[in-house]
Design a protein around this ligand. Structure first.
Ligand code: FEH
Ligand code: ZN
Ligand code: ZN
Length: 348
């Protein structure tokens, strides 16, 4: 094993650069993974932009990882060199109520513990991580398997939370057909019989949504709400479920303006927008009665198993844009400028 490897690190708050670092070794209970692919996630931009001290530096970013097992640490069983795997990125504390119930995405650790969050991630040629984070991916291409671990898992978990409302013949609006939105459309098409309405300002994204199973598309603009309401009907009826994959003020306003009485708003996008909550009062309410609002976070390991199963039977395919490791900073810049469609994936 050569001494140093290439990694893309947050070397200081806000600073992303490619560096040479010593090849990690697999500790007890860990494996050394040869990284096959790692997705470029908007949350990495939030990590880069976070207040100093919230996330450790230097840290190798990348929390959406697939690869092959290179070496096993002491005590690791059930895995073999060469196994193709996906990585469940969360590392829960194991003792809080969320973790005890298998919902490590509800872990009370702050900031969230995880690969590429609290310890080195996958933007490198190799990464050491707990064997407990691995899941088999079979013959899935690694550039397809990596996006499943976050761009797929996060909307899948959100849809699972809303599944009781996703009855045959109901309607679900997906706002923002980017890395998570295009996966959300596929998951709805593969696992429900709801009417899928995709909303985005970009025509190419709407074309992608149609190819992925959306029944209606609405180009966002001055009349977004009116166009959606032509499909879901007038207030106080409306969309049974709205998944906002963007999370900025305009999309949150659209979401709360089209959701039905008794509907569910899933705020998946971390765009920093505000959702005003004003029940019936002197002023008109900001949302209909009986609206449920959920802020999903990532997903569980059990759900990732199901997401991988969808991928392995061809029902969940990420629209990927491949970049080599040394163009990772460029990929993040393109993502920040809104110029990545589908999911950017780094292949070291
Ligand atoms: C990852 C790390 C920190 C915050 C949010 C995220 C999401 O991308 C997980 O889906
Ligand atoms: Zn992410
Ligand atoms: Zn915990």
């Amino acid at each position: 094993m050569e001494d140093d490897l290439r990694a893309v690190r947050m070397t200081a708050p806000g600073a992303l650069e490619q560096v040479e670092v010593p090849t990690p070794t697999a500790g007890p209970g860990e494996v050394l993974l040869a990284v096959g692919a790692v997705g470029v996630c908007h949350s990495d931009l939030h990590i880069l932009d976070a207040p100093p001290g919230l996330f450790p530096t230097p840290i190798t970013l990348g929390h959406e990882i697939a690869g092959t097992v290179h070496t096993l640490g002491a005590g690791v069983t059930g895995w073999s060199t060469g196994d193709p795997v996906a990585v469940y990125g969360i590392i829960g504390c194991g003792t809080c109520r969320g973790c005890l119930h298998g919902r490590e995405n509800e872990c009370r650790t702050v900031p969230p513990g995880g690969i590429g969050l609290s310890r080195d991630g996958g933007l490198a040629e190799y990464v050491a991580l707990p064997a407990s984070r691995l899941l088999h991916v079979g013959n899935l291409e690694l550039a397809q398997a990596a996006p499943l671990t976050d761009a797929g898992l996060t909307p899948y978990h959100a849809i699972e939370l809303a599944r009781p409302a996703l009855r045959p013949g109901t309607s679900c609006v997906v706002i923002g057909i980017g890395g998570l939105g295009h996966m959300a459309v596929q998951i709805l098409a593969a696992t429900t019989a709801v009417r899928i309405i995709a909303v985005d300002s970009n025509v190419a994204a709407l074309d992608l949504a149609t190819r992925m199973g959306a029944h209606h598309v609405v180009q966002a603009g001055p009349e977004t709400v009116e166009k959606i309401r032509e499909i879901v009907g007038p207030a106080p009826d409306g969309a049974d479920v709205v998944i906002d994959c963007v999370g900025v003020d305009p999309t949150l306003t659209t979401a709360r303006s089209v959701v039905s009485t008794g509907g569910r708003l899933l705020l998946v996008g971390l765009g920093g927008g505000t959702l005003p909550v004003r029940p019936v009062a002197d002023e008109p309410p900001t949302m209909p009665l009986e609206t449920s609002v959920v802020i999903p976070f990532w997903g569980t390991r059990a759900e990732l198993q199901e997401v991988i199963a969808l991928g392995r039977v061809g029902l969940l395919n990420a629209d990927v844009q491949i970049f080599p490791l040394d163009r990772a900073p460029e990929a993040y810049d393109l993502l920040r400028r809104g110029e990545i469609h589908g999911r950017a994936v780094i292949v070291p």
